[in-house]
Design a protein around this ligand. Structure first.
Ligand code: NAD
Ligand code: UGA
Length: 458
């Protein structure tokens, strides 16, 4: 079959994989190829066991793989043959040198740019899909177009707003697709071409065109605003615990104000995920670079509050369990940073477990999808860490259950059976407020929700 267009995506991860699978699904006349330096990941994309868990993803991949959706490690060929190249490589927080702990580590990104330059023999549209500091497109443009006489590269910004666990839904029915380009004839033509890709299934009025810097910055700001809401409600949860107000009732009452809205007001043990923390810290770094110390401090407080919420959770566990958890088994219900994903990057469970291990507790982790990642995060064979696929096994002989992830499976368990198998007094620390607290209390548990009065038997 001859294809109308050829798209390449460099980086077959949580964003590249689902996004390209949906483009292929919606545009049978477009050839979509994904490449990655991680050969194991590519092999998994070509197997029955995809490298990431995401509801609905298996079906979309299997429907299109081998037809117009391909996964390979042959990056140079892929670059040479494509018209549009999405770059969706990881952009983690820098761990060394200038900006360590704050700035985005752009080494993978720059390597990709240089590889595109080396392997290209014709003009390309290069699309920033990764989340990048504002004005990265300028650096990209300078690297790519420094030759003068070679092919021309038009750099666009098209940040991704999907959330894990709902990636396919978000891609199929996005609130908006944001595309930013240069205000030149070539820039506008490239925007038209990219818009046409999305217009196969996204209504035109939801495809927003901006200048390239606004698109880059809007992505960082969207994540900062979302994380800020979680930190704000978590700050309120601490006050609720001191005043007998109920954070659920407060969130409901304020969320009915249409100016505030009801979403992203669930108090929790803290936000996790690969991006909120990294993107806010990146924003903080950019503000500092521009001499905006107060603006940087404002956003940095969102991350500080998130750390505090996790530390506060563990401190409460220790103090309520008679000031010691040493030698006590704690069942960790959930390790993923949110439900419906196996992703554990920056999961609050990591920090909570590390604190508990420092206090010499034994943690027994159960999670429907994230046990492999949990083992990697805490280190294989770490003393004090046990895994159990079955939550009943995880709770057996435990002094406490700590709910870290809002998996629905945890709501459906037989808590009388669990209670009977635990040490007494038995504690539940519900870091997601998902369980039926009154029912648990009636069974005999001492229950500690987030931002609500504890239900105890003493
Ligand atoms: P990821 O780590 O899952 O995937 C990135 C992939 O890029 C990896 O498989 C890695 O091997 C590959 N890679 C790195 N350098 C490469 C190179 N030179 N050539 C080929 N492959 C290379 O990361 P992700 O979660 O998909 O995130 C990618 C970007 O998207 C990040 O900038 C992130 O901030 C942003 N983002 C992520 C999400 C999310 O939900 N995870 C949502 C929106 C935006
Ligand atoms: C988030 C954004 O929602 C996406 O728009 C963005 O594309 C993505 O980051 C990214 O750039 O990586 P994601 O991290 O996958 O998506 O998941 P969210 O649903 O945003 O949840 C993030 C964290 O906040 C989770 O740990 C979640 O449990 C927590 N959260 C969320 C709360 O504690 N309370 C809430 O009310 C909402």
């Amino acid at each position: 079959m001859t294809f109308k267009k050829r798209i390449l995506c460099i980086g077959a991860g949580y964003v590249g994989g689902p996004t390209m699978a949906v483009i292929a699904d919606k545009s049978p006349d477009v050839r979509v190829e994904l490449v990655d330096i991680n050969a194991e990941r590519i092999a998994a994309w070509n197997s029955d066991h995809l490298p990431i868990y995401e509801p609905g993803l298996d079906e979309v991949v299997k429907r299109n793989r081998g037809k117009n959706l391909f996964f390979t490690t042959d990056t140079d060929r892929g670059i040479a043959e494509s018209d549009i190249i999405f770059v969706s490589v990881n952009t983690p927080t820098k761990t060394f040198g200038q900006g360590a702990g704050l700035a985005a580590d752009l080494q993978y990104w720059e390597k990709t740019a240089r590889q595109i330059l080396r392997a290209s023999t014709s003009d390309k549209i290069v699309v920033e899909k990764s989340t990048l500091p504002v004005r990265t497109a300028e650096a990209m443009d300078r690297i790519l177009n420094s030759n003068g006489s070679g092919p021309h590269f038009e750099v666009l910004s098209n940040p991704e707003f999907l959330a894990e666990g709902t990636a396919i839904e978000d891609l199929l029915d996005p609130d908006r697709v944001l595309i930013g380009g240069m205000n030149t004839p070539k820039g506008q033509k490239a925007l038209d071409d990219l818009e046409a890709v999305y217009a196969s299934w996204v209504p035109r009025d939801r495809i927003i065109r901006t200048n390239v810097w606004s698109a880059e910055l809007a992505k960082l700001v969207a994540n900062a605003f979302l994380a800020q809401r979680v930190s704000s409600i978590n700050a309120v949860s601490a006050l609720c615990e001191r005043t007998s107000a109920d954070v659920g009732e407060v969130a409901h009452a304020i969320g009915l104000d249409s100016r505030i809205g009801p979403k992203f007001l669930k108090a929790s043990v803290g936000f996790g995920g690969s991006c909120f923390r990294k993107d806010i810290l990146n924003l903080v770094y950019i503000c500092r670079q521009h001499g905006l110390a107060e603006v940087a401090a404002y956003w940095e407080a969102v991350v500080a509050m998130n750390d505090h919420q996790q530390d506060r959770f563990v401190a409460r566990m220790i103090s309520e369990m008679f000031n010691t958890v040493a030698g006590k088994r704690i069942a960790i219900f959930g390790f993923a940073f949110k439900a419906d994903t196996g992703d554990t990057r920056e999961s609050p469970a990591i920090r909570v477990c590390r604190h508990l291990l420092e206090e010499r507790a034994e943690v027994c982790i159960t999670d429907p999808k994230a046990l492999d990642n949990a083992a990697r995060d805490l280190g294989p064979d770490t003393p004090g860490v046990v895994h159990a696929q079955d939550p009943y096994k995880a709770a057996e002989g435990a002094h406490a259950i700590a709910v870290m992830t809002e998996w629905k499976d945890f709501q459906a368990l037989d808590y009388q059976r669990i209670y009977d198998s635990m040490e007494k007094p038995a504690f539940v620390f519900d870091g997601r407020n998902i369980l039926d607290h009154a029912k648990l209390h009636k069974i005999g548990f001492n229950v500690y929700p987030i931002g609500k009065a504890a239900l105890t038997h003493v």
